[in-house]
Every structure is written in structure tokens, then in C-alpha cells.
Design a binder for this molecule. Sequence first.
Ligand code: ADP
Length: 627
Amino acid sequence: MATGKINVSVENIFPLIKKFLYSDHEIFLRELVSNGTDATLKLKHLISIGEAKVEYGNPIIEVKVDKEGKKIHIIDQGLGMTADEVEKYINQVAFSGAEEFLDKYKDSAKDSGIIGHFGLGFYSAFMVAEKVEIITKSYKDEPAAHWTCDGSPEFTLGPADKTSRGTEIILHIAEDSLEFLDDSKISGLLNKYNKFMPIPIKFGTRTETLPKPEDAPEDYVNETVETDNIINNPNPAWTKQPSELSDEDYKNFYRELYPMQFEEPLFHIHLNVDYPFNLTGILYFPKLGNDMQIQKDKIQLYQNQVYVTDNVEGIVPEFLTMLKGVIDSPDIPLNVSRSGLQADGAVKKISNYITRKVADKLKALFNENRADFEAKWNDIKIVLEYGMLSEEKFYEKAGAFVLYPTVDDKYFTLDELKEKLKENQTDKDGKLVVLYAGNKDAQHSYIEAAKDKGYEVLLLDSPIISHLIQKIENDNSGLTFVRVDSDHIDNLIKKEENTISKLSDDEKAALKTSLEAYIPKAYSVQLEAMDSQAAPFIITQPEFMRRMKEMSQTGGGGMFGMGNMPEMYNLVVNTNSDLASSILNTEDKTHQEHLVKQALDLAKLSQNLLKGEALTAFVKRSFEMIK
Ligand code: ADP
């Protein structure tokens, strides 16, 4: 039996490691199972090139919990180590690796993005164990070795009587880590980190009921057998070629990834590239609706089938973090901070690649089956609109598939929309006017009025739509967007013939004075000669002010710090309406005031502006009137 002292400069780095990696103790299992997987794959490789002349068989990795003995065993059937190799790889490589890790990263431990993603390797065993044993037998014809270490730099190294090839790691769990002796804890961790690792992982056994034989007697009791409980799928869908997979396979894999998710994904995108970087994966578009927040952090990042994190910020373009699925790439540096990631050239390329792939897929879906794409539009639009706002590259491609639906469920691309608008929606300056509604119910009367005039009205109801409209207008100088309840639409759209006004200029001036006497300052009164059947009072908001206000509420776009913008409204009064004449011709001032206030309240009501006390007063007053 040899004993020795491991050559590390810090006398005892174990307590340090424990302390710095406090929140990530659980990664020890991932690291040790990964080592077992590596050892097995290395053996496979050596056999394939004729270097190792042994039988590969069907190797598995086994994890065992010994509650009474307070031990966890991780057993692989990989290439194993000779005593010399233990000396070299464990005493030197693993320990110097750990030391280097500490030197480099202890100061950035607070930057929680990195710790735990970066493999500490074998050494992480000491985060949960007070003593670690390695019993290992190399595939080479050499005796097995037994190494022990209690966390101090002293170790022992002697022979062992293990005869089968491979390595067994025994962790003597420390008093403060006894939670890891819980079966459900371990199976939870295996499920989180090792669910798709390439070598089968056994944890315990399962009882399987055998099928009843044909000639079974009446009182037959089903036979059962104990089989290995394999917790992982070593060949997950993303490691296969798209040509090998059916739509059903993709859906099944989605269910495997999100067992608690009952809704099916809308469609998938298979990522597969090996130059200039390696990346595979499958992204899914879930049904999103209008909610941008709750869906984040559903994409899982793997490296060679080992789970790393579900925070892919900086790797996947932000607008796509609302998707679900898996990305696997050995080329993503994990030992850097989030900001470092964003500055990394390779990562930037990966992010651009993903954007391009997603855009290409959307375009293909649109071209293959437009009706289906339209049907899904409501569930995907938020991602696409956000993408147009945040990724210039995506914006450039969006013309080919982004849709603009009308309130009547027609769908236009921007080019198609422009063609349509040319027919009768141009303003005095020759710009194409896109009329849109943000809410079909709230703006119902305005939508109807616009449709009566033969205008096409879009339904643009995403929370970020005002930002996007702004961007499209800046980009397409020939377009101007106007919400149906904005500055009266007839001002913007070229009219063939103005309706003749029933009132003379003097009468109009008198009407305006009467109105302004009773109308609050926030409203600017505007007289218009319209069809006598049109609503007498209409409230509109200046498009620009309303949009700026919305943009400052939804954030971004450099709109911060605009504070509370004042409410500003126009009151458009139809001078050809009977009500306008009545107001003008009423001698009794009190009665005139009543007419104006009641009409204003009605206009407010149809714009959803009448609330609280004012609404109560209005209802009360209205009942009085019909008594
Ligand atoms: P890394 O795996 O990143 O190289 P580790 O600290 O995890 O670093 O392990 C150090 C070395 O110890 C490995 O490179 C490998 O040569 C050896 N080793 C660790 N675990 C095993 C194992 N289960 N079987 C064979 N060799 C192993």
C-alpha cells in the first residue's frame, strides 16, 4: 500500500471548493456519470481502432445508493485505469484541474451564470463526500487499483481484487450532504442532468409483469421479473438525421422533454450544422398567445448529451428564448460570464445561424401550406414580431412570411397589403394608410365606421405592436399606420368630395364657443361636416401621442424616461348632425350644458373612457331622463 501527498499549493482546497460552489453541489453526480460515459466511449473508440483487444459488450453505468452505509456508488464498464494512471490522472490531472479552476473562478463565483456549468470534474465528488474511493481495473492486463482520499491532500493507493473491467467510485457522503442518500433526490438529478446521455444508466430495478400465456389456467397469477431500471434515452431525437424522423417522432420527443406539457407543439425546427461550429438540436414553437413572459427558459442546453442549463440567454437570440426544445453544442464556452458569451465570436455565429434557420423554416411553412400557417398565426406572431424588432437579420427575412390579419380574418403579407391599400387608402400626401384596431370589442364602433366607408381594417393586438409599427413606418416611408379611433380617419384619407356643411361659418363659431364652455381642457374640439347619420360626437386620440404612450409602457425602443405623458383627445363634432343643431339652437344654458355633457359621456362610453364616479353619475342621469 502506497501513501502520498498530492502536490497542491493550497493546503486544503476542499473547504474552499465547497464554499464557492455552495449552490451547485448537486453537479457532482453529473460530473461522475459523465466521467463514466467518457471512459466507456473511449473504450469503444480504442476497440474500433484495434488498440484495445477486448469485448465491448453492452456496457452500462450504474448508480447505487447505500443508505445504511451512507455511500453512493457510481460504477462504469469503461476503459478503467492502472495504478500508474490513477497516479497521473487523478492525483495530478484532476487535482491540478480543480486548483486551476479555483484560481480562475473563485472571484467570479457570484456571477451565477457560470458556476456549475463549468465542469469541475472528478473533484466535485468532494462537495458531498468526506471520503472518496476509486476501485478500478484497466482494460489492459494489469492488476486493479484502489485509491482513497479523505479530502486532505493525503491519499492511499494500493491493489484491489476487482476482476471486471471498469471503474467504481465510492462516495462516503458527508454529514451535511445526507440528502443525497435519498433515492428520489438521486433519480431527480439523473433525470435532470443525464436523461439523454449516450450510455444507458441504471438506477435500481423495475418490476415488470410478463404477459399471460395463451393456455393459462383460470387461477393464473401473472409472473413478474426484475429488470434494470434504465433512466435515460441514449439516442435522443436531436442526435438523429431529420430524414430518419417522422412528425410523430418529433412530437414524441417533445413529450419526452416536457412530460407535464399536454399541449402539442405547433411545429419544429431541426438544427444540424458541423461547420464552422458544431451544433445540433430541435426547437419547437409552442402555442404562445400574447404572453411573452411566462414561457422563457424552456430551451435546454446540452454538451454532448450532458445537460448544462436551461438558461440560453446570449446563445439563442432573445426572441427565440420563448421557444422550447434542445440545443447541443460542444463549442459553447461555459466558463465565461453571460456578457462574455455575447462578445464571443463563435457564439455570435451560433446565434445568427439559429435565427437564419428559424426564418428559413417559417418561410418554407408559409409556402407549403399557407392556410395552416394563417391558422397558427395568432400563436406565433408574438415571437415573430418581437424578432423583427430585435434582430435586423430576421426583420430582413420577415417580409416573406409575416402576416397582417384584418378584423375579418383575412391575412396579408406586407406586399399584398400595399397592393390592396393602393385601391382607396391613400392620404393627401400619397402615403398608404394602414387602418388598424387594437381590440375588436373596445373599438367596435370605429371599426364599423371605417368598414362602412369601404376601408380595410387590420387587427394588430400584440403588446409590442406600437414599436413594430414605428419601425415599419421608418423603414417603408410610403406607409402610415392609423388606429381606427385616432385623429379622425377621414382627415388622412383622400376624400373625393367633402360633404356640404349645413351650418354657416358664423353658426359654426357659435357652436364651438358653446361646446368649449362645457368641455374639459384635455379635449380639443374639432368641427366636421359629415354625413348627418354619422355619430354626432366622436372621441379620437392623436395617433402619435397614443403610440408614444404605449411604447413607453411596453418598454424598449429608447422610450424610457418619457414618464407619464398627458392624456390628449380630440372631440370631433359632426356639424350636420341633429344634435349639433339642437345644441346651437338651445336658448336655455342649463339645458344646453346637459346636452353637451350627455353627448360627451356617450362618446366617452364608446371609447371605453367613462369609468368610476363619472360612469355612475352618467347612469343615474340617464335613468332620470327616461323616467
Ligand atoms: P476531465 O474528465 O475533465 O478530464 P476529471 O477531473 O473529471 O477531468 O478526470 C480526470 C481524469 O481522470 C480524466 O481525464 C480521466 O483520464 C480519468 N478518469 C476520471 N474518471 C474516470 C473513470 N470513471 N474511468 C476512467 N478514467 C477516469
